[in-house]
Design a protein around this ligand. Structure first.
Ligand code: SF4
Length: 106
């Protein structure tokens, strides 16, 4: 099972390297699907006060309306429920989520 997962990931990474520039966005989306979701119990998530539902944040620095979806650090494809984040390597975060590293898009 794990070998199949790694083989698929390796295949997707090879496709991303070999793909023409125009199809790289599709390859990034495929790779994002392979990334595990950041657990709110992960030490990094706890340190950043990450929650999967921003409206449930108990942080004193959270402001209503701020979500991963409108954060400067979000990557991947708009509309996806879980997307990569520039400051959380190797994991995806909930588009509806939030953490204390939230920054406004310029
Ligand atoms: S940095 Fe932004 S996109 Fe990343 S988890 Fe925090 S709020 Fe979400």
């Amino acid at each position: 099972m794990r070998d199949n997962h790694l083989s698929r990931r390796r295949f997707l990474l090879n496709m991303a390297i070999a793909a023409p520039a125009g199809s790289l966005v599709v390859s990034q989306a495929a790779i994002a699907e392979e990334l595990p979701r950041l657990s709110p119990d992960d030490p990094l998530a706890v340190g950043l006060q990450y929650v999967e539902d921003a409206t449930k944040s108990k942080s004193t620095v959270y402001k209503a309306g701020d979500t991963c979806d409108n954060c400067l650090h979000i990557k991947g494809t708009a509309g996806d429920a879980f997307r990569p984040c520039a400051i959380i390597p190797g994991k995806t975060v909930a588009a509806a989520g939030w953490c204390s590293a939230w920054a406004a898009k310029s």
